[in-house]
Structure formats: C-alpha cells, structure tokens
Design a protein around this ligand. Structure first.
Ligand code: NAD
Ligand code: GLY
Length: 356
C-alpha cells in the first residue's frame, strides 16, 4: 500500500473523510473504526461480491456483519430492491446504531444510501465505491435514491455517508466500457470548473484508459476535491451544486427513453455534455474540445436515435425544472458553468434533432 490521501467533505458535524489509496481493502484500512455500533449490513451485488466481499469482511473483524448481494444492473435500482434491503434489516434485528456499507458501483451506492436514509428514519452508511464513476462522483455528496418508470432518480433523499473508502486497486477488474463511462464524469469536472484539469486529462487520457495507477489516482483525487468543495458550498443543491449535472438533463432523458440499462449512465452523460456544450453556444471551441476528448475516450458524442419530442417530454421530469420551465447547465467557457432557463429554443431543437 502507498500514498493514501484523505479529503474532507466539510459539512459541520456531518463532515466526513474520503480516503483514497491502493490496497485499502487488503488490510490497508480499519473500516470497523468507522462503525458507530456493534453491527453492520454490507450491501453489494452479485458481480462485486465474489471479487471484494471477503477482503472487506476482513476489515470489519470484531463486528457483527451480515451481507446481501443484489442482482446487478440499473434496472434493479428500484423501490422493490430497497424493500429487500429493509426486510433484511428488520429480519436481522437491526437498530438505529446499525451501519450499512455499500460495496459496489453507483447503483449499489445510491440504493444503499437510500435504504440507510429510510430505515428507522436514518442510520449511518459508509460508501466503498468500486467503479471509477462511483469513486469520482456518486459516492460523494449524499445524493441517494432510485429510479421511477417516469424518471431517473426521481425517488430519493439527501443522506451523507459517514466515510468514503476508495481502494483504487478495484479498478483493475472493472470492464473497459465501465472505466470509460467513469471517465465521462472526470471530464465533466474539467469542463464545468477546472480548465487546467481538463487540459491535464487531454494530456493523460491514454494513461487513464491504460489504467495507469498514478494517472487514475490523480484523476480521482482532483475529482473528489472539486466535488467535495461544491457539496460543502451547497449541500442541498439550492444553487451552485446543480452545475454537477452538466449534460445530465439530456443524459437522464436518454436513459429514461431507452428504459435504463442500454447505454451506461456515463455514456448517456457523455452525449448529454456535447449537447449541453452546443446548446451553450458561447464558446464553440470549448464544445469541440469536449466532443473530441469524449470521442477519444470511446464515448458517445451524439444522442441515440430517439425522437426529439420524446427526449423533450422526458426532460420535463428533470429535477432542475422550476415553474414548469426547463433549466440547463451551460458553459460560458471551458471550466465555467452556470445554470439557466434562458436558452435558445431553436438551438435546443437542433441539438435534439441531431438524434435523427
Ligand atoms: P454500476 O453501479 O451499475 O456499476 C457498473 C458495473 O460494474 C456493474 O455491472 C457492477 O456490478 C460492475 N462492477 C462494479 N465494480 C466492479 C469492479 N471493481 N470490478 C468489476 N465489475 C465491477 O454503475 P456506475 O457507473 O458505478 O454507477 C451508475 C449509477 O450511479 C447510476 O444509477 C447513476 O444514476 C448513479 N449516480 C449517482 C450519483 C450521485 O450523486 N448519487 C452521481 C452519478 C451517478
Ligand atoms: N452527481 C450530481 C451531484 O452529486 O450533485
């Protein structure tokens, strides 16, 4: 194990550490120290369980541990799955000092966090993210929830974890397509708040795709630093935090129209970021740099063949909608995003029409 770093998400008494390092699940971290009570329920899925449950259990020695493995996939990010977790908690006699541990990607993390928010009106949970996307985005910030047939992440709660434990070694078993989907969210941070980081990704993309441990560690650390600062500033998304949804209004609509699971979340966000950059219209050179970088990362840069009217209808369920008006995260320039309902309707039509 080497070079373990810790970043704090500053939220007063609910502040928590994001610990980033390699070998953390192989004895490099004492997870049990972060448990408030004597017992925990580890929630994972059928793919991650055989890879990482055993090492995680070793980090929980001395605690009473139960585990549940969910079926794998975005299609299972539902209230029914949350109910299965709640049933397991009830059957095991879990109390208010029981801790949930989410071991897996963003789907497991979002579901587990929501179950933790609901059980007995809220118990502690810890995030142990094992995908790049979850390590740079979904495990940090306390957004938890599940999908509804009418919209992505429509049912949920803000519930911050007690700690985030990122073992970068887990990325070595991640399928290539999933790694690239995670890179979409890394590129997002550069695009919305850090042009220098964006340029660094342009220079280091091949190393990132090649899973160079040093390059991945830098990308994860910088992404977590940027997200932690935004969340500390606006935990409940009353303002600035919404810029983290760059590309997501389009991306979520794509996922919704496809019925969840055809394109990966990061893939839908990639196409959505190109659409949002084009809708911004302010800086065509920035839009082109974003498109090119995503293309180099092997990500989609155009929406799939979905009717513009269907995408528009799906966007109506976006959580940023206010007074029935769509709001988009737009770019003034690379590294400078803002939220606005003042967009060019003709340009939106053209961006949506690019699907066909
Ligand atoms: P995922 O959770 O579906 O994981 C991707 C795949 O990788 C799954 O098949 C999983 O079983 C597998 N996997 C996980 N870790 C692995 C490993 N180390 N080795 C091999 N296989 C592994 O997808 P994701 O991209 O991690 O997360 C996407 C979800 O995150 C979406 O539901 C999205 O809405 C959500 N999300 C939430 C937030 C938030 O702030 N809460 C932010 C971004 C995305
Ligand atoms: N992924 C968007 C957010 O956490 O706000």
């Amino acid at each position: 194990m080497s070079d373990t770093r810790s970043i704090t998400v500053e939220l007063g008494e609910r502040s928590y550490p994001i610990v980033i390092g390699n070998g953390l699940l192989r004895g490099g971290f004492d997870l049990s120290a972060h448990l408030g009570g004597p017992d925990c329920l580890v929630v994972t899925n059928e793919t991650v369980e055989p890879l990482y449950l055993e090492p995680l259990l070793a980090d929980l020695s001395g605690k009473q541990v139960r585990a549940i493995a969910l079926p794998d996939g975005e299609a299972y990010k539902t209230l029914e799955t949350v109910e299965d977790i709640l049933d397991t908690l009830v059957e095991g006699g879990a109390n208010r000092d029981t801790t949930l541990v989410a071991l897996g990607g963003g789907v497991v993390g979002d579901i587990t966090g929501f179950a933790a928010a609901c059980y007995m009106r809220g118990v502690d949970f810890i995030q142990v993210p094992t995908t790049l996307l979850a390590q740079v985005d979904s495990s940090v910030g306390g957004k938890t929830g599940v999908n509804h047939a009418s919209g992505k992440n429509l049912i949920g709660a803000f519930h911050q974890p007690r700690a985030v434990l990122i073992d970068t070694d887990t990325l070595q078993t991640l399928p290539d397509r999933e790694l690239r989907a995670g890179l979409a969210e890394v590129i997002k941070y550069g695009a919305i708040v850090d042009a220098e980081f964006f340029a660094w990704i342009e220079d280091n993309l091949d190393a990132l795709i090649g899973r160079d441990a040093g390059a991945l560690a830098v990308a994860i650390r910088r992404s977590c630093e940027l997200k932690a600062a935004i969340v500390a500033d606006d935990e409940r998304e009353s303002g600035r935090r919404a810029i983290l949804n760059f590309g997501h209004t389009f991306g979520h609509a794509i996922e919704r129209c496809q019925g969840y699971g055809e394109w990966l979340h990061g893939e839908a966000v990639a196409a959505g970021m190109v659409m949002a950059a084009k809708l911004s219209g302010e800086d065509a050179a920035a839009a082109e740099r974003i498109r090119k970088l995503l293309e180099r990362a092997g990500l989609p840069t155009r929406p799939p063949a979905i009717a513009a009217s269907d995408l528009l209808a799906a966007m109506g369920m976006d959580k940023k909608v206010r007074k029935k008006q769509l709001r988009f995260v737009l770019l003034r320039e690379l590294g400078n995003a803002f939220v606005s309902s003042d967009y060019d309707a003709a340009r939106l039509g053209a961006v949506l029409g690019a699907a066909n």
